[in-house]
Design a protein around this ligand. Structure first.
Ligand code: CS2
Length: 485
């Protein structure tokens, strides 16, 4: 393709360009998982920091699985377009912070060599919840996770996130190179603390000296990340072409809102992210994380499951249903009631803003996309706050609705009787649990409550609440929607 985006000269005047010299830039960050969310969030924040304050903080990305995004970025010298959409129109920003892309399965040794480079001072990641090897039941390492099993057996030739981080740190220690800061940017509560625990549990099984060195020398800052980013479609690529004049197969689209709260604990420097609108460096991120996971993501999952089974394709369509929009707001209030005060944030105004963001008509965010990986998302979004809500004397009714909706969704049959793919790492277990169970609320909920490690005992042992789930599920199985939201 001769019109491919490869450099920033001669682009259409409608494209905003990187405001720094990319050719003079070196990589200081290696990022694992260059998916759409990373391209809408981390890379633009770093692009903004480079423009505002410079520094050798270019990014190299590495894909641990599929090569497509990395290959498209490589073909474009790392350049790609972010389309920012709202009802007043779409703007195009060409992002320059990515300098190179690797495909780990194709060249694992090449990626390990990059992890040893002393210039790489941060190894960040957006790999989704399921990639970590986190066991929600124990809060620690899932010793059955395929990457963890493989990497414990073969630590010098890793394939998963934890394996690569540990091998990279081990090599640096052995060669006397200062460590990098691992930086998790996934939607897990205390993502840095979780990552630290997983890395340390993994290391304690293979090398106790390395374990002690990491414990003392490597910080694991937690972050709260937020920007609604649907999967790219043909409309994304067409608009990127129209606004930049170039074909861009790594283009993404997103909303105007963007937020990043980062614990300021870096062992080896960091970009001046605080200079970019939406970024906040703090001592402790947990209050922000809980707020976002419970109010935004919890309501998102609720709407995704109820919306999908009611036949709505996009979250914006669900928000056009007054009953569902009101339910989302009610759930946000219930989630807010489980939170401690969050510095500088009025939770009511935050909820109003979330409702407006969900309703953004310019953002086509599929309910099916958000519904993915429910077993990985439910604990932090819905089950932990539900447990706290019940303990505080609430009926946790909107949580019962959300869980019933997930269970209805987990049956894998849509309102027209057609099957769909669950896209959940535990899809096989779910199907096996309900295969021979009568399709009614009591039976299906009883079966799914038994999914090992998912539901805390405080929920499954609460008869009133589980009956509420069963009753709501029964209605959803019969009618695909609840009568009164
Ligand atoms: C969504 C999130 O897909 C999902 O599960 O809830 O990706 C959500 O859009 C982001 O966390 C918003 O920051």
């Amino acid at each position: 393709m001769s019109d491919r985006l490869r450099n920033v000269t001669g682009l259409a005047p409608t494209a905003k360009l990187p405001a720094y010299d990319r050719n003079a830039l070196q990589a200081g960050i290696l990022h694992l998982g260059p998916g759409a969310f990373f391209r809408a969030h981390f890379a633009p924040f770093t692009d903004g920091a480079l423009a505002a304050a410079g520094g050798d903080w270019g990014i190299e990305v590495a894909s641990l699985r599929t090569p497509d995004v990395a290959d498209n970025l490589s073909a474009q010298n790392g350049l790609y377009t972010v389309l920012i959409r709202d009802t007043s129109g779409t703007t195009a920003h060409v992002i320059g912070s990515i300098l190179g892309a690797h495909v780990a399965p194709r060249d694992p040794a090449g990626l390990l060599a990059r992890l040893e480079d002393p210039n790489i001072r941060i190894v960040s990641m957006t790999v989704t919840e399921k990639a970590y090897g986190f066991d929600p039941a124990s809060g620690g390492l899932d010793l059955k996770h395929p990457d963890i099993v493989a990497d414990l057996a073969n630590r010098h030739a890793p394939r998963g996130v934890i394996g690569y981080l540990v091998e990279g740190l081990a090599r640096r220690r052995q060669k006397g190179i200062a460590p990098f800061t691992p930086l998790s940017c996934d939607n897990l509560p205390s993502n840095g603390a979780v990552l630290k625990r997983l890395v340390l549990e993994f290391t304690s099984r293979i090398d106790t000296d390395l374990h002690d060195w990491i414990e003392v020398n490597v910080p694991f800052p937690s972050t709260m990340v937020d920007r609604i980013t649907p999967a790219s479609t043909d409309a994304t690529y067409a608009d990127a072409k129209r606004l930049t004049g170039r074909t861009d197969l790594a283009a993404i689209e997103t909303e105007p809102f963007t937020q990043w709260v980062i614990e300021d604990h870096f062992v080896n420097g960091r970009p001046a992210w605080e200079k970019v609108h939406g970024a906040l460096m703090v001592e402790e991120v947990s209050a922000y994380e809980k707020m976002k996971l419970r109010m935004l993501n919890g309501a998102h999952s609720l709407l995704a499951y109820l919306g999908y089974i009611a036949g709505y394709e996009f979250i914006r369509d669900v928000m056009d249903d007054a009953g569902l929009a009101a339910l989302a707001r009610r759930h946000m209030n219930a989630a807010a009631a489980t939170l401690d005060p969050v510095p500088g944030i009025d939770l009511d105004a935050y909820a109003d803003e979330l409702i407006a963001r969900f309703a953004n008509k310019a953002i086509a965010h599929r309910t099916y996309q958000i519904a993915m990986d429910g077993t990985q998302k439910l604990p932090q979004r819905l089950l932990e706050p539900a447990t706290e809500a019940l303990a505080n004397g609430s009926k946790a009714e909107t949580y019962a609705i959300a869980v019933a909706a997930w269970m209805r969704y987990a049956t894998g049959i849509d309102r027209n009787g057609e099957r769909y793919e669950l896209r959940d790492p535990r899809a096989g277990e779910i199907a096996a649990l309900i295969a021979d169970v009568p399709r009614n609320g009591a039976a299906v909920s009883a079966a799914l409550f038994k999914l090992p490690g998912l539901f805390p005992k405080a929920l499954t042992g609460n008869v009133a609440w589980t009956e509420d789930v069963a009753n709501k599920l029964e209605i959803l199985i019969q009618d695909n929607r609840l009568p009164l939201y």
